[in-house]
Design a protein. Structure first.
Lengths: 125, 520
């Protein structure tokens, strides 16, 4: 199982970074063009995921094992543990902000009866 | 164990502890929760002052979390630091002092101001978290840790901007602020990740010692500068700032002002300590100068036409941030050239840091005055107010001090810092001080209008029964007034002991690195 993952990752090379860049650009584009607040929230979540993916990829080493000594024992190469810690922190932060953003959207919908950003601006006058 | 060794840890620990104890303290009634709130805030203030005092002689405080020994920066023979590390030099200590004083004043003010509203538990917990985030941003020596503190302060401030959930404007301002800062934060993380990918380190000292200036570093610097300029409210992406400042409860706006200063600190730290080779001398410096001039000018132009007191002050914040960007841009322009640095660079940096401190105090005071007016009259519309100087003499007096300081009237502190900025930017190009002076004149015009509209003129029938605000609110405002007056009366002492030391600390990249890597 692990071997096949290693082989796949090796065969794609830097392509995974292009996926990250593509996701990030898509998300930024959507934030600017979308009018629906839920879709904006989704784009920000995608941006967050692309950043997390980027961090995990940075720590990947060819054929590396999990960096936990007592589970895996001594290994030739390990993937870097720091980016994984960074990613865990970033995921928790992203969870908090997404939840808060959705709750703000619920309140805005309650006040204005719409999810369209332009409509809200117009109603406010 | 020496307690004073652990000051940097206390700086973040006290507000976090406060935030978690809040639900308990708030359930014992009004007196207990007010005492608890003010007590914890004064502890933070005390810690801030002690930290500032211990960096006085040019010391750099380094504190490592979770190591066998708090001063062990390189555990078990590693060649670069791996643990969470706080590094506070004179520049960081200056920012910590600003944040701690503004947080203390805002807390005193809020004790009375928030009394009318429900939701004390939420308010206090978020207030503590916001202070923890802002203090952490100024104390940390680690880029990822900086990101975490940015997020802690951002999430707390989203909650506080949208604190009055029944007001649609507040929710909208919160949403807008959140959108901008989330995108900024994610880009910040991409930049940090890229640096990590190349250098395998997130510690600023270690990164700075390994830095090779290439294309990748230029891209990272561009992302970092644009992100941090967003967060401190510079010109192109400034629209969230007046909205957020206007809708937040006033005690918090006073702290938000210093939180934006913490982002500004991040910006100068990145430019001076991390990328001095790219940022100094050329294009980056000019970008900051142009951004500064544009923020200054457009901010004040928008402010002049406002009729709502807190929105007006929000636009003034943009123009004040412009002054600091201009000053730091001029400082960066002289970086790496000893002659230019002695001629105008150091003056610009001293002036910029002086302005940071001035701005934190007088702007916070202005927001508290606006809050006092809102508390007493129930409106923020300047057209509806009038003749309030008779009813609220203390507020009026403190407003005059703050407004004269922000407009740069001599002999107030605002004049001195602006003078240093004019003087040094003139050496670069005469048009820069011209823009700054026009901005200053417009600021004066705008605050003269506010004073006239709110405090002078015939008494309005609606406001005959208006009384001076409660003592706690006045106490909060008095703290900031006293600080403004101290800066006015003893500018020489403050410049020599704080701003000059802070400017030197920013320029001393070697010292910043050696404090972590132990002079290797």
């Amino acid at each position: 199982m692990t071997d096949s993952i290693v082989r796949t990752l090796d065969s794609v090379g830097n392509a995974s970074y292009f996926v990250v860049a593509l996701l990030a650009v898509m998300a930024l584009f959507a934030v600017v063009t979308q009018k629906n607040m839920i879709k904006i929230c989704i784009s920000i979540a995608i941006l967050g995921s692309s950043v997390n993916l980027f961090l995990v990829l940075l720590g990947y080493r060819h054929g590396g094992e999990i960096p936990i000594y007592f589970l895996k024992g001594a290994a030739e190469t390990m993937v870097l543990p720091t980016p994984q810690c960074l990613t865990l922190t970033a995921i928790v932060i992203a969870l908090a902000t997404t939840a808060l953003m959705l709750s703000l959207i619920i309140l805005l919908h309650k006040h204005y009866g719409t999810l369209d950003i332009d409509e809200i601006r117009r109603l406010r006058g | 164990m020496n307690l004073s060794d652990h000051l940097p840890a206390f700086l973040v620990m006290i507000p976090l502890l406060g935030a978690f104890l809040t639900p308990l303290a708030a359930s014992f009634g009004k007196t207990v929760r007010s005492v608890f709130f003010v007590l914890f805030m004064s502890l933070i203030l005390l810690t801030g002052i002690s930290i500032c005092a211990s960096t006085f002689g040019g010391n750099i405080l380094v504190y490592v979390m979770g190591a066998e020994n708090f001063s062990l920066t390189l555990p078990s023979g590693m060649s670069y630091p791996v643990r969470i590390l706080f590094e506070i030099d004179a520049a960081g200590a200056l920012m910590i002092l600003c944040v701690a004083i503004a947080a203390f004043a805002g807390a005193l003010f809020s004790v009375a101001y928030m009394d009318r509203f429900s939701g004390w538990k939420r308010f206090m917990a978020l207030y503590f978290l916001l202070s923890a985030g802002a203090l952490g941003m100024c104390a940390t020596g680690d880029l990822f840790n900086f990101f975490v503190f940015v997020e802690v302060s951002s999430i707390a401030s989203f909650g506080l901007v949208a604190f009055w959930r029944d007001k649609p404007e507040a929710i909208e301002a919160g949403f807008k602020y959140m959108l901008v800062s989330q995108i900024a934060a994610m880009l910040l993380l991409i930049a940090i990740g890229t640096l990590y990918g190349k250098y395998n380190a997130v510690n600023m000292g270690a990164l700075s010692s390994m830095m090779r200036y290439g294309t990748l570093e230029r891209i990272v610097l561009a992302i970092l500068i644009s992100v941090l300029a967003f967060k401190c409210g510079a010109f192109p992406i400034h629209t969230w700032m007046p909205d957020a400042y206007a809708e937040t409860p006033s005690g918090v706006t006073c702290l938000l002002v210093t939180v934006s200063q913490a982002s500004f600190y991040g910006l100068i730290r990145v430019c001076f300590s991390l990328f001095p080779g790219i940022a100094g001398g050329g294009m980056v410096a000019w970008i900051l100068i142009v951004l500064g001039c544009m923020s200054m000018f457009f901010g004040v132009l928008m402010a002049v036409v406002q009729h709502e007191i807190k929105r007006l002050m929000g636009y003034h914040s943009i123009s004040q941030v412009g002054y600091m960007l201009l000053a730091m841009g001029v400082g960066l322009l002289a970086l790496g050239n000893g002659e230019k640095m002695a001629e105008y660079g150091l003056t610009a940096m001293k002036g910029g840091l002086f302005h940071v401190m001035n701005y934190s105090f007088y702007k916070a005071l202005l927001f508290l005055c606006a809050g006092a007016l809102y508390y007493a009259t129930g409106t923020r519309d300047l057209d509806k107010m009038g003749g309030l100087a008779r009813n609220m003499p203390w507020t009026a007096g403190m407003f005059v001090i703050a407004a004269s300081a922000i407009s740069g009237l001599p002999p107030f502190n605002g004049f001195m810092s602006k003078w240093m900025i004019y003087e040094s930017s003139f050496a670069v190009h005469p048009i820069l001080p011209a823009v700054a002076m026009i901005t200053s004149v417009l600021t004066l015009a705008s605050f003269a209008k506010v004073f006239q509209a709110a405090f002078l003129g015939p008494a309005k029938a609606d406001f005959v029964a208006v009384r001076e605000v409660p003592a706690f609110m006045l106490a909060g405002m008095a703290v900031l007034t006293v600080m403004t007056l101290l800066l006015t009366l003893f500018p020489g002492w403050f410049t020599g002991n704080l701003f000059e030391k802070a400017a030197e600390a920013l320029l001393n990249q070697r010292g910043y690195i050696d404090a972590v890597l132990g002079g290797m």
